[in-house]
Design a protein around this ligand. Sequence first.
Ligand SMILES: Nc1c(NC[C@H](O)[C@H](O)[C@H](O)CO)[nH]c(=O)[nH]c1=O
Ligand SMILES: CC(=O)[C@@H](O)COP(=O)(O)O
Length: 156
Amino acid sequence: MNVIEGKLRLHGSENIAIIASRFNHIITDRLVEGARDAFLRHGGKEENLDLILVPGAFEIPFALQKALASGKYDGVCCVGAVIRGSTPHFDYVAAEATKGVASTTLKYGKPVAFGVLTTDTIEQAIERAGSKAGNKGFEAMAGVIEMLDLYRAMEE
Ligand SMILES: Nc1c(NC[C@H](O)[C@H](O)[C@H](O)CO)[nH]c(=O)[nH]c1=O
Ligand SMILES: CC(=O)[C@@H](O)COP(=O)(O)O
């Protein structure tokens, strides 16, 4: 059996964007730092990494659409933090961010990661932004890197 899979490695010339929402920026700043760290640790170059900021997670798919349509990026890492409040707003924001990122990704066929936290509490978000449950921004960027390598392997 031939197993085709990507490895966690960059060639160094890849252009990657992080799209981050500013809402709950105390959390999303940490996710951006994690994503940047993953990019640099795996061989990416600082000058090839762009940070695109949007107001909230709802706007992430719109910026993603623009970024991919520009043809400038080999992959995109989306990060955000949607934290449940006391109304149903959470469900709408989280659902639109998820659906929008998934459908836009399918349209362009480039590696995109969904590092958007959807948590019930701020504590759960803190745990996933560089404390006891790791850093989901780092993990999301690792996903972009692996998928980039997988696509290369599938094209060989
Ligand atoms: N409550 C959260 C939001 N809400 C804002 C929306 O994302 C959006 O910016 C607004 O409705 C204007 O279109 N965004 C988050 O990222 N996280 C939240 O917890
Ligand atoms: C996820 C949200 O949109 C949330 O912050 C909104 O809070 P609320 O439902 O209390 O207005």
